[in-house]
Design a binder for this molecule. Structure first.
Ligand SMILES: CCCNc1ncnc2c1ncn2[C@@H]1O[C@H](/C=C/CNC(=O)c2cc(-c3ccc(F)cc3)cc(O)c2O)[C@H](C)[C@H]1O
Ligand SMILES: [Mg+2]
Length: 214
């Protein structure tokens, strides 16, 4: 039984990155995925857009749906102001285990709470478990056919406030048509598409930034 791809990604981080240096962890994963084995991280092209939206929002409470190996978790957490927190949700225990090690290697474990389980069950419990009033920023990068359902769940749980920014990965490839239709037609959102490339490729993909208007 050989290693899994996430385990090989972790090995690449441990071999090529500097402990406590988030940028070196990001670069090590990007280099590995570009040169050795493609993986579905948001990547460096879309990552720059994620960075700029994050810096603009400067969230004190951020949520990520779909941790996978923790690449975007590290990208987000490294830009949070002191005292700000990121909750990331992952339902696959093997991926969560790798992500915890990558987040710790970057030295960001104090800013990140990785919650294991399906978003549908966990979202309604975030307030009682973690004292979250509402989120300023949400990064959607889990199963594409769950973006809309979970967005509506966040609305219904009162976890979005006026000005909350939703940033959705993969709105072109693999695509999230029903989510896009919703945020672009709902009077409760102001939506904008950021064109980019699918991670580590020349194919088009992009991020949709949707501001909740309350
Ligand atoms: C209960 C379910 C919902 N609740 C959930 N609750 C908690 N965790 C959840 C939930 N649903 C999923 N997850 C976790 O999130 C991760 C899933 C991530 C999914 N991402 C993609 O599928 C993708 C594909 C491509 C792509 C593009 C081009 C290609 F040719 C091939 C692939 C590119 C990309 O950037 C992509 O992000 C992780 C693997 C999975 O365990
Ligand atoms: Mg993605």
């Amino acid at each position: 039984t050989g290693s899994s791809q996430p385990q090989r990604m972790l090995k690449a981080v441990q071999k090529n990155a500097t402990k406590g240096d988030p940028q070196s962890v990001i670069s090590a994963i990007d280099h590995y995925c570009r040169n050795k084995e493609w993986a579905m991280n948001v990547g460096d092209d879309k990552g720059l857009i994620l960075d700029s939206v994050l810096t603009e929002v400067n969230p004190s409470a951020a949520l990520e749906l779909g941790t996978y190996c923790g690449y975007s978790t590290v990208r987000i957490a490294r830009l949070l102001s002191p005292g700000s927190k990121l909750i990331t949700v992952e339902f696959n225990p093997a991926f969560a285990a790798v992500a915890r090690q990558i987040i710790a290697y970057a030295g960001l474990q104090d800013k990140v709470t990785l919650v294991e389980g399906p978003s549908g069950d966990l979202i309604p419990k975030l307030r009682e478990r973690f004292g979250v009033k509402s989120f300023d920023f949400v990064f959607l990068d889990h199963w594409k056919d769950r973006y809309l359902l979970d967005t509506k769940l966040l609305e219904d749980c009162g976890l979005l406030q006026k000005g909350t920014v939703l940033l959705a990965d993969n709105v072109i490839c693999p695509g999230t048509p029903e989510y896009l239709k919703y945020v672009r037609s709902s009077p409760r959102y102001e939506s904008r598409y950021y064109k980019s490339n699918l991670e580590y490729t020349k194919l088009e993909d992009g991020l949709e930034k949707s501001v909740f208007l309350g």
